[in-house]
Design a protein around this ligand. Structure first.
Ligand code: PGA
Length: 245
């Protein structure tokens, strides 16, 4: 269960969240829990989870180790601060910051080289769904952003299926719609990396996951977890989501 905090929370608010959240999920052994705070709050977050099984990740990275790239952060820096995970290719990065599938692949490779576990985000926009192009979009994103990994690299990534029309809109995909997309992604994975690798792949669903819809979604065996935005900002609501895993 992953919480994507986007551009929310100061350092103080980050510490406050964990102060409450840690006791709410104390003893959790049902699932892995990962939180993605903003870069400037990574250190606070890492320190806040020192004694509980919650891991921290970056929301983005640059593919280089270091260099003259003003405003960017590298995989090496994320690892050094204590991150274990990183999001790659979130739809907001694709939509507002020119993220391409080619960059997604480069960033994923850089993350893996530094020992981070990437969650690669894919998903169709509303017009693509309405015009019946969901399958094509997912196949293309997989082909350009994921298929270029080696088998060993692929065994270390997770994929998040996040239909863009469901993100932050309150319009969750139905469990059946999500399962259908996950199964398509798994088929693409099986074609490229073999059935075993595809069976092992963790595919998270993201897009308006809330405490009151998560159980229905998680009943689908194709859904291995959730990438949660808005509802991960509140310790009570995210702890309820974690408990539905
Ligand atoms: P949301 O965001 O849960 O607020 O829809 C999900 C995401 O962007 O990962």
């Amino acid at each position: 269960m992953a919480g994507n905090w986007k551009m929310y929370k100061t350092a103080e608010e980050t510490a406050d969240f964990f102060h409450q959240f840690n006791s709410l999920v104390d003893g959790n052994s049902r699932c892995d829990i990962v939180i993605f705070p903003t870069f400037v709050n990574l250190q606070t977050a890492v320190q806040s989870v020192a004694n509980i099984p919650v891991e921290i990740g970056g929301q983005n990275l640059h593919w280089g180790k270091e260099g003259a790239y003003t405003g960017e952060v590298s995989s090496v820096m994320l690892t050094a601060v204590g991150c274990k995970w990183v999001l790659v290719g979130h739809s907001e990065r694709r939509q507002y910051f020119c993220e391409t599938d080619a960059n997604v692949l480069k960033k994923t490779q850089a993350a893996l080289e530094a020992g981070l576990s990437p969650i690669i985000c894919v998903g169709e926009k509303v017009d693509e769904r309405k015009s019946g192009h969901t399958e094509q979009v997912l196949i293309e994103q997989f082909a350009a952003g994921v298929a270029g990994l080696t088998e060993e690299q692929f065994s270390k990534v997770a994929i998040a299926y996040e239909p863009v029309w469901a993100i932050g809109t309150g319009q969750t995909a139905t469990p059946e719609m999500a399962a259908e997309a996950h199964s398509l992604i798994r088929q693409e994975a099986a074609k490229r990396f073999g059935q075993d690798a595809a069976d092992q792949l963790r595919i998270l669903y993201g897009g308006s996951v809330k405490p009151d819809n998560v159980a229905r979604l998680m009943k689908e065996s194709e859904l291995d977890g959730a990438l949660v935005g808005g509802a991960s900002l509140d310790p009570q609501s995210f702890s309820e989501i974690v408990k539905s895993a």
